[in-house]
Design a protein around this ligand. Structure first.
Ligand code: CA
Ligand code: CA
Ligand code: CA
Length: 260
């Protein structure tokens, strides 16, 4: 009986996944169940992770959390301990990173900047991003586009925050063997060469599909990054899965994969 119920529940739930994401949490669930179900590797550092910590690697009794094994990829946390002296949970947790930050997509919107002028946002206590997400359908659609979402080590997601990507001089390693640099003075971040092309193609997609406006020099760098790091089998497969799942793939990835 329990099995039957589970099967029925799965059937009902699977319909929830069909079509364009209805919310950010739906986008994350779809990304997990329909794109990354057999690909448990973080985007920036290629760390292994599990969506459900069934082995309970951290021994906290929770077997439904997403967990990474930092040692498996040579990742060493920059800040293992938080400012408050507590264990930094983001060093072992997967978060869904917006390759093009939400701020870049919608930070210019009046509903973001002047959210206080919108009574409905005031009533609901929605600020900046939340207010824009609630009131501007085009922003919501761009924000939840699975093409722009990748699993990342929580600490890297946090450190990158809304910094723009750039080529950073030198090869500083603040995260063990993980090739990810953040310049907290210049508010920039540099990923490893092997994901620069992936990032470039996501930017080009976001500009084309969601009409995001970015400086000329950024677009130029993203085109260079795209040339520097061509598509590989996984990037093509990921694109196919996303297209099937939400009905919108990345045309730049698709064109490049067609030529392989
Ligand atoms: Ca656990
Ligand atoms: Ca560098
Ligand atoms: Ca690549």
């Amino acid at each position: 009986m329990k099995k039957l119920l589970t099967a029925l529940l799965l059937l009902v739930c699977s319909n929830v996944y069909a079509g364009y994401p209805t919310s950010f949490s739906n986008a994350k669930t779809k990304a997990e169940k329909e794109v990354y179900f057999d690909r448990s590797t973080t985007f920036y550092c290629q760390c292994d992770f599990v969506f459900d910590d069934v082995k309970d690697v951290d021994n906290d009794g929770n077997i439904t959390e997403t967990k990474i094994d930092p040692k498996a990829c040579g990742y060493e946390p920059r800040n293992p301990i938080t400012k408050k002296g507590k264990e930094n949970k983001r060093v072992s947790r997967i978060e869904w990173e917006h390759i093009m930050t939400a701020n870049m997509i919608g930070g210019h919107l009046d509903q973001w900047k002047n959210y206080k002028n919108y009574q409905i946002c005031k009533d609901k206590n929605y600020k900046t991003r939340e207010c824009a997400y609630y009131l501007v359908p085009e922003f919501k659609r761009a924000h939840d586009d699975m093409n722009n979402l990748v699993p990342a080590v929580g600490e890297l997601n946090g450190d990158r925050s809304n910094f723009r990507f750039a080529n950073i001089e030198g090869e500083k390693r603040a995260y063990g063997q993980c090739d990810f640099e953040v310049d907290f003075e210049a508010d920039t971040a540099e990923p490893a060469d092997n994901v620069k092309g992936n990032i470039g193609r996501v930017y080009l997609h976001m500009i084309k599909e969601h009409k995001v406006l970015l400086p000329e020099e950024t677009i130029k760098m993203m085109m260079e990054w795209s040339d520097l790091d061509p598509v590989d089998a996984w990037e093509c497969e990921r694109n196919e899965r996303i297209k099937k799942s939400q009905g919108l793939g990345n045309s730049f990835v698709e064109a490049a994969c067609g030529k392989r």
